[in-house]
Write a protein that binds this ligand. Structure first.
Ligand SMILES: NC(=O)c1ccc[n+]([C@@H]2O[C@H](COP(=O)([O-])OP(=O)(O)OC[C@H]3O[C@@H](n4cnc5c(N)ncnc54)[C@H](OP(=O)(O)O)[C@@H]3O)[C@@H](O)[C@H]2O)c1
Length: 245
């Protein structure tokens, strides 16, 4: 699909990666770019039309699909990460919020916009996933579970929407230089690079983007994850939590 002349909607467009997605769409000549955010006043990117949208609110999602009925490219970017473990987190609140947003919110958007995309010739869905879709890390354990669920959703809707000609692109990355990873001291890819790679894939008709070295290495290691991934994660976690127990 050519982005030049397309009509796109980006969720979570008020900051971080969502803002970079919206800016890249404008620079590639999208005819209209809707920037959806819980607070539409946060959408300040030139050339982007603010839309009020909390993806966990089914009525707001339905309203957005009605209001943006000309969309042919949906970018499901909005997400939350609460850095919660499975066992020691004080309650299930963070795990539920992550699943409610990253999995159910994205599912809700895909369901609402599937008929819109069909009416506009098939179109494209870009789902912003993570390297943690592929493996679990106690640093952000329940977030990883929600991103694995979102990865499964991404692969599943590709099958269900094939007949209407919708391209489904899953984008994976390790740390990206935004608020979400602000407290992390580790190599980070820029949001601009992720946005460029995602839309290159859209234009080339590719279904998956492994945006950085970390996501490429982890995906390649999956057939031997219990030899190549989990022992290192365990060692890291044990060192980090030594003395804390
Ligand atoms: N940063 C990383 O290291 C990293 C790595 C891999 C994948 N990702 C993924 O990249 C995506 C963008 O994250 P980011 O790095 O830009 O993080 P961010 O700076 O924390 O931004 C998150 C965005 O999601 C929006 N959002 C959260 N809950 C929402 C809801 N219920 N309805 C609508 N919007 C909601 C936020 O809006 P508000 O301004 O209203 O809070 C914000 O615009 C997420 O899906 C994240 O999981 C991030």
């Amino acid at each position: 699909m050519k982005i030049d002349g397309s009509v796109a909607l980006v969720t979570g467009a008020g900051r971080g990666l969502g803002q970079a997605f919206a800016r890249e769409l404008v620079s590639r000549g999208a005819a209209r770019v809707y920037g959806a955010a819980r607070d539409p006043a946060a959408v300040t990117e030139p050339g982007v039309i603010p839309v009020a949208l909390d993806i966990t609110d089914p009525e707001a999602v339905a309203r957005a699909a009605y209001q943006c009925a000309d969309v042919s490219l949906l970018v499901n970017n909005a997400g939350v990460m609460r850095a919660s473990t499975f066992i020691d987190a004080p309650s299930l609140d963070n795990a539920r919020l992550e699943m409610e947003t990253n999995y159910f919110g994205t599912l809700s958007m895909c369901r609402a916009f599937a008929p819109v995309l069909a009416a506009n010739g098939g179109g494209v869905v870009v789902n912003m996933l993570s390297v943690t879709s592929f493996y679990n890390n106690p640093l952000d354990a329940s977030y990883g579970a929600s991103k694995s669920a979102e990865w499964s959703l991404t692969n599943g809707i590709r099958l269900e929407l094939a007949r209407q000609g919708t391209l489904i692109v899953g984008v994976h990355a390790g740390f990206i230089d935004t608020d979400m990873a602000a407290g992390i001291d580790a190599p980070k890819i820029s949001p601009e690079s992720v946005a460029r790679q995602a839309f290159d894939a859209v234009e080339a008709g590719q279904v998956e983007v492994l945006a950085d070295e970390r996501s490429r290495t982890i995906k390649a290691s999956l057939p031997r994850d219990h030899e190549l991934i989990y022992p290192q994660v365990q060692e890291f976690w044990d060192a980090l939590t030594q003395g804390a127990r």
